[in-house]
Write a protein that binds this ligand. Structure first.
Ligand SMILES: [Zn+2]
Length: 493
């Protein structure tokens, strides 16, 4: 249970990290005031304030005002216009952790808080909130909540607005559905930016029906339409599709809003970086560790080869993984964990212990030598969430005449590992059958990297064992396939 919580939290925390440098580290100013702050007061301080819209009514909902302290655009992110648009609510809530470099960011995560609490599109018996904004320049919003939201857009001089919604199906599949679309008013400046956001989102989406469409004219009476038509705000509705996984949908919403903020100069999204560092530097164990950062939120995955120097497929596969590019999260690769053993193609260096028995065997234990300590520290330092340690066996596990674990995935069955392990084994068995099929087994041996990180650090860990009965190229391919499945399942590739 502990582990599940930790992993969910860290996945969500990782989502916040678009634009690491602006990540807000200061606390929320808890002074809840009525929405009386005006355009002069925002932008004159740096930090986050919370005001309550429709304060004192049953619609009361929090609006976060995050100021860079510098001049610039005023952008507003809205979630929860419909109470069942869960991805938008979560994405907007995460964006309350952003600190822009320029201008001011307003975030309203739960526009229709009553409906959000009911987890229903609209509050039964009430009008659809997204149809009661003004339909002419003279008209007023039709209830207290719509008026409070519309007044905030006016009062804070919002110049850009993104309203996060969800639809039941893909817009490219059936007419009338708007899932995976950006809906804008093409008569405004929003058009050019909307095009860029859609094109950038689509760069990472291979299936045509899942690509984002650029649609036009938000419905009359919607916040986006009214603020665009009558207040001159550059506004969009972003629609994700509830047929996709929640994490993916939140990711799209956060990414689209981040792209908007980047486009209008409020934040900078760091580009992908690859760096090589040396573990156990300055010792005879020194070995290269590769860190590939996508610059986008996502999990931290570590791939290890060469813990046993004679098991060359793992080291060769890891050497290829270090050249992967990823679209989200962080990939850490240690191709030659025990480099001196890899160099002589021996399981271990004679006179030295087995590296895969040198990791802690108790919660308070410590790694037993310099190299295992350097590796274990790296797992902790980089907050690794997933780890595959690539090994080899001399025979097939399916051959009961030997005790070999060749062609197995040995998982530490905690957290999200069992589900993922089953998917990896299923994928491997699409290319391995009969006696060469992979078997999912459990409990990496005590003192192994996978066991210790799984049991004591909460990492989703496993050992993948190919069989030396297969050709080297097939074995390397098996390891690559496993790494590929993991990265794909985590939306990193
Ligand atoms: Zn091994």
């Amino acid at each position: 249970m502990q582990k599940v919580i930790r992993n969910t939290k860290s996945a969500l925390a990782a989502l916040l990290l678009v634009g690491l440098v602006f990540y807000s580290v200061f606390g929320l100013n808890n002074t809840e005031t009525m929405a009386t702050a005006n355009a002069e007061t925002i932008g004159s301080y740096q930090g986050k304030q919370k005001v309550v819209l429709a304060a004192g009514t049953k619609y009361a909902t929090d609006l976060y005002i995050i100021s860079s302290g510098k001049p610039g655009p005023v952008a507003m992110v809205v979630g929860g216009m419909y109470g069942d648009g869960i991805a938008g609510i979560k994405a907007a809530s995460e964006m309350t952790g952003y600190l822009p470099e320029n201008g001011t960011l307003l975030v309203l995560p739960e526009a229709n808080k009553l409906a959000v609490q009911l987890n229903q599109k609209i509050v039964p018996g009430e009008d659809n909130l997204n149809r009661i904004f003004p339909r002419s320049a003279q008209e007023e919003p039709k209830n207290v909540l719509a008026k409070a939201i519309y007044d905030a857009v006016k009062q804070y001089n919002v110049t850009w607005l993104i309203d996060m919604h969800e639809s039941n199906d893909f817009s490219k599949l059936k007419t009338g559905n708007t899932g995976q679309s950006l809906i804008h008013n093409p008569d405004t400046n929003a058009s050019v930016v909307a095009n860029k956001i859609v094109n950038t989102l689509n760069q990472d989406i291979s299936k045509t029906e899942e690509q984002f469409s650029l649609l036009k004219y938000p419905a009359k009476g919607s916040l986006v339409r009214s603020s665009s038509d009558y207040l001159g705000v550059n506004s969009f509705i972003l629609e994700t599709c509830s047929k996709q996984k929640l994490l993916q949908r939140i990711n799209y919403q956060v990414k689209a809003a981040s792209l908007l903020l980047q486009e209008i100069g409020m934040i900078t999204i760091p580009a992908e970086t690859k760096v090589k560092v040396v573990l156990a530097a300055g010792t005879k164990y020194a070995t290269d560790l590769y860190i590939i950062k996508s610059g986008k939120p996502g999990p931290v995955v570590m791939i290890v080869g060469g813990v046993h120097g004679s098991e060359i497929a793992g080291a060769q596969a890891a050497a290829k993984v270090k050249d992967f590019t990823i679209k989200s999260g962080t990939l850490i690769v240690l191709p030659e964990a025990n480099k001196r053993a890899v160099d002589i193609k021996k399981r271990l260096v004679s006179g030295e212990g087995d590296l895969n028995r040198a990791f802690p065997t108790t919660a308070k234990g410590t790694p037993s030598n310099t190299l295992s300590k350097a590796i274990y520290d790296a797992v902790k330092k980089h907050k690794v969430e997933w780890l595959i340690d690539m090994h080899e066996g001399f025979d097939y596990y399916t051959n009961s005449a030997t005790d070999s674990v060749g062609q197995t995935l040995i998982q530490y069955p905690a957290g999200d590992m069992p589900k993922m392990a089953a998917k990896i084994v299923k994928g491997l068995n699409e290319i391995n059958s009969s006696k060469a099929r992979y078997t999912l087994i459990k409990y990496p041996v005590k003192g192994s990297l996978a066991r210790s990180t799984g049991q004591y650090l909460g990492v989703n860990s496993c050992i993948l064992e190919s069989s030396m009965k297969q050709s080297l190229s097939v074995r390397v391919n098996n390891h690559l396939k496993a790494a590929g499945i993991l990265l794909k399942e985590l939306n990193m590739q």
